[in-house]
Write a protein that binds this ligand. Structure first.
Ligand code: ATR
Length: 288
C-alpha cells in the first residue's frame, strides 16, 4: 500500500481489539479495489470514547467501526442514525458525511443479505434462533425488521431468552421455543459459541429435532464447517456458513463508506471468500 497524502484513515474502536480480523479484512478489500484508504485498530477504553470520537472528527477520518463495549454508548456521540440502528439501539459502523457522523448497524443486516442471496425471500420463513446474547439480538432484530413471518428463540438460560424477547418488542412479537417445537421452523440459526474452535466436537442441537427441509445456518466461522453444519449436510439440509455473514458485514460497511459498483462489491466478496478460507485454515499447532 502506498501511503500518500491522499489516503484517508478508517478504523475500529473497541476494548479489546486484539485479535480483531477487521484491519486485515478491510485493508485486503482496499488493496483489491485500489481505494485510497487504510484501516487501523484502536484500543479505546470506555472513559476515552468521547475524546477518541472528537479526535476522529478533528482529523477527518473516512469512517469507522465500533465494537464491544461501545456499540450502544457511541450513539450519544453521533449526529444521526440509520433507522434500523436507531431501533436496535446499537451501532457498529459510522459514516463521516457532510451532515456529521451517521451510525449504522451491519451485524444483522449482513446475515439478512446473505440469506436473501442464498435462500431467497425470507418473508415467508419461520426462523428459530439458538442463543439469546448480543449476536442473537442483532440477528433477530434485523430479521423482524425485514419482515420474517415468525421468530422463535431457544436458549440454555430461560431468563435470558425471556429478557431478549422483551427487548425485541419494538420489532414485534418473538416467542420462546422448546425442542419439541423445533420442527415448525424453516430456518435455524445458531448464534451461540457452541462448536467454535477449539471446542469443535460440540453442537448446539441434534439435527434430528429439526424440520427435514429446514435451512441450517451457523454464525460460527471457525471452523468453517462446524459439527452442526456437517450433521445438517449429512441429513440433506441446505446450509448457510458463518463466514458469509462475516464477509457481508464487512462488505456492507464498505458500501456505506464508498460508492462501490456491483462489480467491485462482487470482487470484494470473492476475494474475501478465498483469503478468509486460507486465513482460517488450522495452523500446524491447532491440528489435532
Ligand atoms: P454474543 O455477543 O456472541 O452473542 P453472549 O452475549 O455472551 O455472546 O451470548 C452467548 C450465547 O451463547 C448465550 O445465548 C449463551 O447461553 P446462556 O444465555 O445460557 O449463557 C450461549 N452459550 C454459550 N455457551 C453455551 C453452551 N455451552 N451451551 C449452550 N449455550 C451456550
Amino acid at each position: 500500500m502506498n501511503l500518500t497524502e491522499e489516503v484517508r484513515l478508517y478504523g475500529l474502536i473497541g476494548d479489546p481489539v486484539a485479535g480483531s480480523r477487521s484491519p486485515w479484512i478491510h485493508n485486503t478489500v482496499f488493496n483489491e479495489l485500489g481505494l485510497k484508504a487504510a484501516y487501523l485498530a484502536f484500543h479505546v477504553e470506555p472513559t476515552r470514547l468521547g475524546a477518541s470520537i472528537a479526535g476522529f472528527r478533528a482529523i477527518g477520518m473516512g469512517g469507522f467501526n465500533i465494537t464491544i463495549p461501545h456499540k450502544q454508548t457511541v450513539i450519544g456521540h453521533l449526529d444521526g442514525l440509520d433507522p434500523f440502528a436507531e431501533k436496535l439501539g446499537a451501532v457498529n459502523t459510522v459514516a463521516v458525511t457532510p451532515e456529521g457522523l451517521i451510525g449504522y448497524n451491519t451485524d444483522g443486516p449482513g446475515l439478512v443479505s446473505v440469506l436473501r442471496r442464498q435462500i431467497g425471500p425470507i418473508e415467508d420463513k419461520k426462523v428459530l434462533i439458538l442463543g439469546a446474547g448480543g449476536a442473537a439480538r442483532g440477528i433477530a432484530g434485523s430479521l423482524m425488521y425485514n419482515g420474517v413471518k415468525e421468530v422463535g428463540i431457544c436458549n440454555r438460560t430461560w431468563t435470558k431468552a425471556d429478557a431478549l424477547i422483551r427487548d425485541l418488542e419494538i420489532f414485534g412479537k418473538a416467542h420462546i421455543v422448546d425442542r419439541e417445537d423445533f420442527k415448525n421452523y424453516d430456518l435455524v440459526i445458531n448464534t451461540t459459541s457452541v462448536g467454535m474452535y477449539p471446542f469443535e466436537d460440540a453442537t448446539p442441537v441434534d439435527v434430528k429435532y429439526l424440520k427435514p427441509d429446514a435451512y441450517v445456518c451457523d454464525i460460527v466461522y471457525k471452523p468453517r464447517r462446524t459439527r452442526l453444519i456437517r450433521e445438517a449436510e449429512a441429513t440433506g439440509h441446505k446450509v448457510v456458513f458463518g463466514i458469509d455473514m462475516l464477509i457481508e458485514q464487512a462488505v456492507l460497511a464498505e458500501q456505506i463508506w464508498f460508492s462501490l459498483s456491483d462489480e467491485q462489491v462482487d470482487r470484494a466478496r470473492t476475494l474475501l471468500q478465498t483469503e478468509l478460507m486460507k486465513a482460517l485454515q488450522p495452523t500446524e499447532g491447532e491440528k489435532k
